[in-house]
Design a protein around this ligand. Structure first.
Ligand code: DGL
Length: 282
């Protein structure tokens, strides 16, 4: 299949957290159409083995490939860390970019060779992708990693709680995540799609002046360059770009929780079954 400039860009995450990456991409590339896939049937990826993450990520990317995307952004940090090579090979010649490189670049720029604390899922931290990427960009930087598995659940469930209840829960959970780092390095990287919605609670627990970094804007700049280099940037600003959404399970939950991460209402979500699971409507 020939890919054209007016084809959409795929964005894939294990769930809805990647909608915050989509938001940054839409801001940075306003002429582009996007198809977002959240693998809601199989979230979380962050507690799974590398092999399982690769298998899941390839299946999800295949669905987007069949929808005719011209490029893919792997918004899920766990999938970017484990499966970027496999997905790139499968989608070639379409360009594929992940969030690990962009997040690392943003963190290295902010830290100016002092330390970086990476907060991410267990699978991302154990796989060491951020550490490798940061050290390849800045070998003198000290990199610390901390898995914060509870934060994913808190970010997903927080939307349905009154703000005061969320605050009551978020403070100890966030504190627990950064335990032992009473004096954190000057830069803290949010290496998980779900963490930006907890940023205000985290900032309140960090020493004043700590820089909190996320990948969104850097991914948008990288995508812009990659599309230009591949002659795939949509120069046609006359037609309104289209953004569509796919969930692999529980469409109603996606409609309800998704807006919390996207920052705006989602009107329609297509339901697709994946790997023989999901595809249920509630
Ligand atoms: N999307 C995942 C990531 O960014 C977080 C949620 C999960 O564990 O699936 O690593």
């Amino acid at each position: 299949m020939t890919v054209r400039q007016n084809h959409p860009i795929g964005v894939f995450d294990s769930g809805m957290g990647g909608l915050s990456i989509l938001r940054a991409l839409r801001r940075g590339l306003p002429n582009e159409s996007f198809i977002y896939l959240g693998d809601s049937a199989r979230l979380p990826y962050g507690t799974k083995s590398k092999e399982t993450v690769i298998a899941y990520a390839k299946q999800a990317s295949e669905i987007l490939m069949e929808k005719g995307i011209k490029a893919l952004v792997v918004a899920c940090n766990t999938a970017s860390g484990h499966a970027l090579d496999e997905i790139s090979e499968m989608l070639a010649p379409r360009p594929v970019i992940g969030v690990v490189k962009a997040g690392s670049l943003a963190a290295v720029k902010a830290s100016e060779e002092s330390g970086i604390l990476v907060l991410a899922t267990e699978s991302t931290i154990n796989g060491g992708a951020y550490e490798r990427e940061i050290l390849s960009l800045s070998p003198k930087t000290k990199v610390y990693g901390r898995a914060c598995p509870l934060w994913v659940a808190l970010a997903e469930e927080g939307h349905s709680m009154p703000k005061t209840s969320l605050q009551e829960l978020a403070v100890p959970v966030v504190r627990h995540g950064i335990r032992g780092f009473s004096k954190t390095p000057n830069t803290v990287l949010l290496g998980c799609t779900h963490f930006p919605v907890l940023a205000s609670y985290l900032t309140a627990q960090l020493p004043r002046g700590t820089k909190l970094v996320e990948a969104g804007e850097t991914v948008a700049s990288e995508l812009d360059v990659v599309l230009k280099n591949n002659d795939l940037l949509n120069a046609d600003s006359d037609k309104s770009p289209v953004v569509s959404y796919i969930a692999t399970d529980n469409r109603n939950r996606f409609l309800k929780v998704g807006q919390f991460f996207l920052g705006e209402k989602i009107d329609h979500v297509e339901l697709v079954q994946i790997g023989g699971v999901g595809g249920r409507q509630y």
